[in-house]
Write a protein of this length. Sequence first.
Length: 252
Amino acid sequence: MFKSAIKRFAAKHPALVRPAWRAMYPLLRKTVYLSGSEYADRKTAFATIFAENRWQSGESVSGSGSEVSATNMLTTALPNLLRDLKVGTLLDAPCGDLNWMRHLKLPDGMHYIGADIVPDLISKLQSEHGTDARQFQVIDFVDDVLPKADVWLCRHVLFHLSFADITKALHNFAKSDIQYLIVDNVDGLKNVADIQSGGFRLANLRAAPFNLPKPMTRIANSNPPNPPEYLNVWTRDQVAKALEREAPDRVD
């Protein structure tokens, strides 16, 4: 009963609870770990997940984290952040099924590129939601050349990628023409268990093996009692320098 009361209070007053929860979570968290060993490769993993709704949300094939109730903290904060960054073109990759993003009022005049690795999903989105200002493309952001944009929003997917694929994606961003990366992160965690892409475990890009620096800014990306995720903003130069420190002799 006491735990239920705390959860109700946290749900009603997330901004009040969030600072304390951020400090407490690394000590109290229950580890969720899915190895992804059943998946042969990244593309078939996400195609299967979407086709079979393996994340079992009744609202979105992109999972419970893409439900409207799970993104209410972004309704005002994300558009304001995009305005502050003076975004002309936003790359949203992965865009998933657009369940929550389509309800957001993005800055006037902004061009939106939604990208995902699943071709059938992109075909459906382009047919139903494509306009001159909103386009959808099949992109595997780990390997494919990223389109020209001002910001890459990468929400709720790095937790499903292997460390190797995360590293490749960061290198891909560092080679792109995109100025800013907005990506979810859980500070204070040690990256211990790896997965095959398609599985799940939380990740901290500020810890080894990534060691990204303090972000230029961040906004809340979850409400207690969910893991204390934030959307961190890093510049391309910040990411490139961190990657160089980790692998100074790397040759692409």
